[in-house]
Design a protein around this ligand. Structure first.
Ligand code: CP3
Length: 342
C-alpha cells in the first residue's frame, strides 16, 4: 500500500486535504545531484542503466518531497527502439541523422518487441519501485505519436516543425502510416510499463499546439484516443497537450482521468471548458519560478484557490527550466504542502 496516495486520489476525483504536487521534468538538469551523474555518463547511458535511471528519478523526491515521481527516461527511446537513430547532443538537444521523409525511409521503421528492445525501461521501473519503498506513486510516460513524429520527420527540435507539417499536408498517407506505427509501439510500450509497475501514465503532446484544431484532431488526437482506449482500464491516463486548450472540451469525455494545461488558459476557463468533470493538472508558467520565493508562494496559493483543491494536481504548465534556483522550487512545493483553504 502506498504511504502517500494524494496523487492517485486526485486522479480519481476523490476529496483530498490538499492537492498533490509534482513538476514536469522534475528529474533533471536544475538539480546539482543530477549534474554529478551527468558529468560521468552520457544521456542514453543514463536512460539505459536501471540503477542510474532509478537514482535520478528519486533525487527530486528526496530533496523536495513531491507527491509523485516520474521515471527518468525520454520520449525519444521509442523511435530508437523502432530502428531510427537518435543522438542527444549536449547544448543542442535531440539529433536524428536519418529522418524519415519518403515511403522508402518508412520501410526501415520497425514495430519492435518492446519487452525486449526497451527491457531496460522495465528494469528501471522495478529498481525505482524498490527505491521508492511505497512512499509515492511512480508515473510512466510517452510522447504523443504526433510529438514523436515531429522529431522523427524534422530530425531535430524546431520552433515550427515545418517539415513535419509539410509531410502531413503533402504526403498524408505516409504521415498516417508512420503515426500508426508509432501509436502501435507506444501502446505496447505503455502496457509493458504498467505491467512493470508504474501507477499512472502521462502522454506528453508537447507540440500539439502547432496544429489547427481541425488538423489536431486528424494528426494528433485520433492517435492519442487510440492509446487512451487501450490503456484506460489498466491505469490512470493523463494527457498533457501543450497549446491544446482548444481541445479540452473533447478531451474531457475521452477516458483520460486527468488533463494537463499550460499557462495560456486561466484556471476558471479550463474548468469551464471541462465542465468541472475531470481532474486538471498545471499550469504555473515555468518562468514564474524566477520570481521571489515569497511571490511564488502567493501565486501558488492563488492558483489552487482558482482551480479548487479537489480534482486538481499542482504542476507547471511545461517542464522546469535548468537554471531555476533550488530555493524557488522549495517555495513552490512548500506552498502546496502548507495549503489551507479559507
Ligand atoms: O519529467 C522528468 O523529469 C522525467 C524525464 C523526462 C526527460 N524527458 C528527461 C530529459 C521527460 C518526461 C522527458 C520528456 C521529453 N523529452 C519531452 C516532452 C516533455 C516536454 O518537455 O515537452 C520532449 C519534447 C523530449 C525531447 C527532449 N529530450 C529534448 C527536446 C531534450 C533536450 C532539451 C531538454 O528539454 O532538456 C531532451 C533531453 C532530456 N530529456 C534531458 C532530460 C533530463 C536533458 C539532457 C541533459 O541532461 O543534458
Amino acid at each position: 500500500m502506498l504511504k502517500n496516495d494524494l496523487f492517485l486520489k486526485a486522479l480519481k476525483g476523490e476529496k483530498v486535504s490538499r492537492p498533490p504536487v509534482w513538476m514536469m521534468r522534475q528529474a533533471g538538469r536544475y538539480l546539482p545531484e543530477y549534474q554529478v551523474i551527468r558529468k560521468k555518463y552520457d544521456f542514453f547511458t543514463r536512460c539505459q542503466t536501471p540503477e542510474l535511471a532509478a537514482e535520478i528519478t528519486v533525487q527530486p523526491i528526496r530533496r523536495f518531497g513531491m507527491d509523485a515521481a516520474i521515471l527518468f527516461s525520454d520520449i525519444l527511446v521509442i523511435p530508437q527502439a523502432m530502428n531510427i537513430e537518435v543522438q542527444m547532443q549536449p547544448g543542442f538537444g535531440p539529433y536524428l541523422p536519418n529522418p524519415i521523409r519518403t515511403p522508402k525511409d518508412l520501410e526501415t521503421v520497425n514495430i519492435p518487441d518492446v519487452e525486449e528492445e526497451l527491457d531496460y525501461v522495465m528494469q528501471a521501473i522495478k529498481v525505482t519501485k524498490e527505491k521508492l519503498a511505497q512512499e509515492v506513486p511512480l508515473i510512466g510516460f510517452a510522447g504523443s505519436p504526433w510529438t514523436v513524429f515531429c522529431y522523427v520527420i524534422q530530425g531535430q527540435g524546431s520552433k515550427t516543425f515545418n517539415l513535419a507539417k509539410k509531410c502531413c499536408f503533402s504526403q498524408p498517407q505516409l504521415a498516417h502510416q508512420l503515426l500508426q506505427k508509432i501509436t502501435d509501439t507506444t501502446i505496447a510500450y505503455l502496457k509493458a510499463k504498467i505491467k512493470a509497475g508504474v501507477d499512472a501514465v502521462q502522454i506528453f503532446d508537447s507540440w500539439g499546439g502547432m496544429l489547427s484544431p481541425t488538423d489536431y484532431q486528424e494528426f494528433s488526437w485520433s492517435y492519442i484516443q487510440q492509446i487512451i482506449d487501450a490503456l484506460k482500464d489498466l491505469a490512470p491516463v493523463i494527457v498533457f497537450a501543450k497549446g491544446g486548450w482548444y481541445a479540452l472540451e473533447k478531451m474531457t469525455n475521452s477516458g483520460a482521468l486527468a488533463l494537463g494545461v499550460d499557462w495560456m488558459i486561466s484556471p476558471q476557463k479550463a474548468r469551464q471548458l471541462t465542465q468541472n468533470k475531470i481532474t486538471l493538472q498545471g499550469n504555473f508558467d515555468p518562468t514564474r519560478l524566477y520570481s521571489s520565493p515569497k511571490k511564488i508562494k502567493s501565486m501558488v496559493k492563488k492558483m489552487i484557490d482558482e482551480f479548487g483543491k479537489d480534482q486538481y494536481i499542482v504542476n507547471l504548465g511545461h517542464g522546469i527550466l535548468p537554471d531555476i534556483p533550488l530555493e524557488n522550487v522549495t517555495a513552490f512545493i512548500e506552498a502546496v504542502q502548507q495549503y489551507k483553504s479559507e
